[in-house]
Design a protein around this ligand. Structure first.
Ligand SMILES: Cc1ncc(C[n+]2csc(CCOP(=O)(O)OP(=O)(O)O)c2C)c(N)n1
Ligand SMILES: [Mg+2]
Length: 331
């Protein structure tokens, strides 16, 4: 039997701290690569929210499944994806997790139960419900987790997912990362009632947790995952969190004023990394930081040294049977 989080090494406070640092460092590196133009387009940085991905994935087993969002790098890494191949994916290289064809918002690794980041707000909900249903049909005790933001709470498809999960008592955990904003729209002006109240209305046990505290998230997620795995049906966690960077990398150029410098500074006081470091013996966090720096330097070298796809092969993988459209077809 496998213990939780074996594949990503999240079974100890040191392993969890290292993963927080890896996600933070990965995002900082990706930001640099966007600014230098090496990564084309933008990304949605996860910086500030790391405790949610790490705390939840620490409650999972390798065969469990997750679905993610447009802000997905943290979830993908915490579930065990190789950072060098995720970076190559962001850079559009053939060595990427998805041969450079998914990019930041569609990175996936089915072999690790990562059913994909997702550019469509709320779309991970029904996919996770389907994964939970398939586990039930197969007689396996896998659970599925759907990560989504506060913005998804207003998507009908998510509420439909709550309904099916509750009606069929499926082993799925809904994790709402409430970072206070959907793009620039404050959740306080957009979400009627409360997040937990919405889940509770479907009879889904719902809890609110400090999403800047890895251990608090892990313990709440472990309770819900254990219940779901044992046949107790779905769960819902609202993790109160904050993104330290803009909604996406283009925001720097947009001169938006939807949050104050004081608000950002206040939340930075709750940075999940120092909190997790404080649980470790003296000197260990610095050692782990150094090993992450080395790992990311190697990842950067690997990704930047990897090949770009051949334009001749741009239409490969469009059709399940590998066929290209007929010459002259516009389909
Ligand atoms: C169905 C759909 N509607 C609108 C968008 C455009 N969009 C992209 S991200 C985003 C905000 C999402 O906010 P939230 O769910 O709170 O996640 P966060 O960005 O805060 O992590 C929106 C509206 C989209 N991608 N998909
Ligand atoms: Mg949000």
């Amino acid at each position: 039997m496998t213990s939780p989080a074996d594949s990503a090494g999240l079974g100890s406070p040191a392993g969890r701290y290292r993963m927080l640092r890896l996600i933070r460092g990965f995002e900082e590196l990706a930001l640099d690569l966007v600014r230098s133009g090496a990564i084309t387009g933008g990304i949605h940085p996860y910086i500030g929210q790391e405790a949610v991905a790490v705390g939840v994935c620490a409650a999972l087993r390798p065969q469990d499944r997750i679905t993610s969002t447009h802000r997905g790098h943290g979830h993908v890494l915490a579930k065990g994806a190789a950072p060098d191949r995720l970076l190559a994916e962001l850079l559009g290289r053939t060595s990427g997790l998805n041969q450079g064809r998914g990019g930041s918002m569609h990175a996936a690794d089915f072999s690790l139960g990562i059913l994909g980041a997702n550019g469509i707000v709320g779309a991970g909900g029904p996919i996770a419900v389907g994964a939970a249903w398939s586990a039930r049909q197969a007689g396996e005790d896998r659970v599925a987790v759907a990560f989504f933001g506060d913005g998804a709470l207003n998507q009908g498809v998510l509420l439909e997912s709550f309904n099916l999960a509750a009606m069929w008592q499926l082993p799925v955990l809904f994790v709402c990362e409430n970072n206070g904003y959907a793009t620039t729209l404050p959740a306080a002006t957009a979400v009627a009632g409360s997040a937990t109240g919405r889940a509770a209305a479907f009879g889904i046990p719902a809890a609110e947790v400090d999403g800047m505290d890895t251990e608090a998230v892990r313990s709440a997620a472990t309770e819900a995952v254990t219940r779901a795995r044992g046949g107790g049906g779905p769960g819902f966690l609202e993790c109160r969190t904050y993104r330290f960077e803009g909604h996406h990398t283009m925001e720097r150029l947009m001169k938006l004023h939807y949050r104050t410098a004081e608000e950002i500074a206040d939340w930075r006081e709750h940075d999940p990394l120092p909190r997790a470091a404080a649980l470790l013996p003296d000197g260990l966090a610095a050692k782990l930081d150094a090993s992450v720096r080395e790992q990311l330097a190697a990842a950067e070298q690997f990704a930047l040294g990897s090949e770009h796809p051949d334009p001749e092969r741009a239409l490969d993988h469009l059709y399940a049977d590998g066929l290209r459209p007929r010459a002259g077809s516009t389909a």
